[in-house]
Design a protein around this ligand. Structure first.
Ligand code: NOJ
Length: 525
């Protein structure tokens, strides 16, 4: 039993670091220009060499790829583009053989419109699967049943002329929302989780968890008084009734119970909500929710020391008892860190992400500092961009292939890759950075090694310290071990009276006593 004198040992995912792989863009093994499972297996040594603990794969399931795998046509298979179940089992064994864990992406809010469940559901109003999705009669004027908007733009309703009703889709019309108030849906999806847990999968990232339940009666959402067209149509209304309903917590708790029954598995929930509501997804002592409700705060915070300090303080203060923190800075949906901050501050960001208290999630390619990639108009694939062009909502720029070496297509594929590589791939690639002592790649490795070696960093407490303008200063401590982290968020030298032994500088070389160099982050013992 855990007690204050004998605290429970930290589970692997509290000490651990998650690495997100976007399978289409990691490594192609069969020359079709798209990454696959055998390719990921081939590059596992890179993942292991970073020093991360778990790999999360964006969806690998059979899909028409309207939303690049987030439209699932079969929850218990592998899309032929990526391989098959045999290739999956081989990859899972290879991941485990390296002492790593494997997380899959569970997409429960919606399926593909080609999923046999939806094909049946739309066949007739009396089909036994009709109620597996959310169908409604047209509104009084023959239009959509309410004013909900899709996150990808336009109405969240699509009219089906055959059965003369609308179905709901929070994302593309090719992604109809499942009806989680129907017990048969819950049972079928629980079987999906069991299928993968039984195969040995170590957990899931759960796509748009907060969207899964809608208010009874589907009332109109309030209009957003701050809406501006350049934000995208998603923001026309406030998603008061279309998401984040109280019943979702009971579903999250049932997923958690299943994961806990299997033992040592991890559930990460994708939730984009303000802090106080986000925290509810940890659940309660009686009914725990997901282990880690994703914390995207760093992505939305201006890159200033005072703003970051405020975010860290309020996030830490909002955590429920026993709730373990986590931090995310990059993903397949967000702009690249180096594109937003530039190379010098991207190094500082790496130090921040890997020295804060809580489980970090790294996104593939950030470890070599991939920056902005301009996608030529004729190569845009992202439906969010194609549906609302010119708003800068494109996600392709963060989904471009990894560059492994200076060979053709960066070693990613023998064929033309599905998206272009970053413009400087010939010099910004894994092989080139292996050989540079102070490369971004070696900085990530050094940070991850330090995190692993020092419990103060992996599981210790955090205290924010007062600091000069432009500097973020905090301490991590565990038992007698104390480490100080000083981050200079500016391009100026700043005097900070630090003492002690510098363990790592983002700039390499010798730190200057009592000083932070421009764009320097320091870990000091
Ligand atoms: C969140 C995923 O990260 C994103 O890529 C996807 O488009 C939506 N959920 C819909 O599944």
């Amino acid at each position: 039993m855990a007690s204050p004198e004998h605290p429970r040992p930290a589970p692997w995912w509290e000490r651990g670091v998650i690495y997100q792989i976007y399978p289409r863009s990691f490594q192609d093994s069969n020359g079709d220009g798209v990454g696959d499972l055998a390719g990921i297996e081939r590059r596992l040594d890179h993942v292991a060499s970073l020093g991360v603990d778990a790999v999360w794969l964006s969806p690998i399931f059979p899909s028409p790829m309207a939303d690049f795998g987030y439209d699932v046509a079969d929850y218990t298979g592998v899309d032929p583009l990526f391989g098959d179940l045999v290739a999956f089992d081989r990859l899972l064994r290879a991941v485990h053989a390296r002492g790593l864990k494997l997380l899959l992406d569970f997409v429960p809010n919606h399926s593909s419109d080609r999923h046999p469940w939806f094909v049946e559901s739309r066949a007739s109003r009396s089909n036994p699967k009709r109620d597996w999705y959310i169908w409604r009669d047209p509104g009084p004027n023959g239009g959509p049943p309410n004013n909900w908007t899709s996150d990808m733009g336009g109405s969240a309703w699509e009219y089906d002329p055959w059965t003369r009703q609308y179905y709901l889709h929070a994302f593309l019309k090719e992604q109809p929302d499942l009806n989680w108030r129907n017990p048969e849906v819950r049972a079928a999806m629980t079987d999906v989780l069991r299928f993968w847990f039984d195969r040995g999968v170590d957990g899931f990232r759960i796509d748009v968890l907060w969207h899964m339940v809608k208010a009874e009666g589907l009332p109109d959402n309030p209009l957003n008084p701050d809406y501006r067209p350049e934000l995208g149509e998603k923001f026309k209304v406030l998603q008061l009734h279309s998401a984040n309903q109280p019943e979702v917590h009971e579903i999250a708790a049932s997923f958690r119970k299943l994961a806990d029954d299997y033992g040592d598995r991890l559930l990460v929930g994708e939730i984009c909500l303000p802090l106080d509501t986000l925290m509810r997804y940890y659940g309660s002592a009686d009914a725990p929710g997901v282990h880690l409700p994703f914390n995207f705060q760093l992505m939305d915070t201006p890159w200033r020391a005072d703003a970051l300090r405020q975010v860290i303080a309020s996030y830490e203060a909002a955590l429920p008892p026993g709730g373990w923190p986590n931090w995310v800075m990059g993903s397949h949906d967000a702009p690249r860190i180096a594109a937003k901050l530039g190379e010098a501050q991207a190094r500082v960001a790496a130090m921040l992400l890997l020295t804060l208290r809580g489980t970090p999630t790294l996104y593939q390619g950030d470890e070599i500092g991939i920056g902005e990639v301009a996608i030529p108009p004729d190569r845009v694939h992202d439906p969010q961009d194609l549906r609302q062009p010119g708003l800068g909502l494109g996600r392709d720029r963060s989904r471009t292939p990894m560059a492994w070496d200076a060979g053709p297509n960066g070693g990613f594929s023998d064929a033309e890759p599905w998206l272009p590589l970053h413009p400087d791939w010939a010099t910004r690639n894994v092989a080139a950075q292996e050989g540079e002592r102070t490369s971004m790649l070696n900085l990530y490795r050094a940070l991850l090694a330090l995190r692993r070696a020092r419990e103060a960093l992996s599981i210790g407490d955090v205290s924010l310290l007062d600091a000069p303008d432009g500097v973020l200063d905090y301490e991590r401590s565990h038992g007698a071990e104390r480490l100080r982290i000083l981050l200079n968020l500016t391009g100026d030298r700043i005097a900070v009276p630090w003492r002690g032994e510098p363990l790592l500088s983002t700039l390499g070389g010798d730190p200057e006593p009592g000083m932070l160099r421009a764009d320097e982050g320091l870990v000091i013992a």
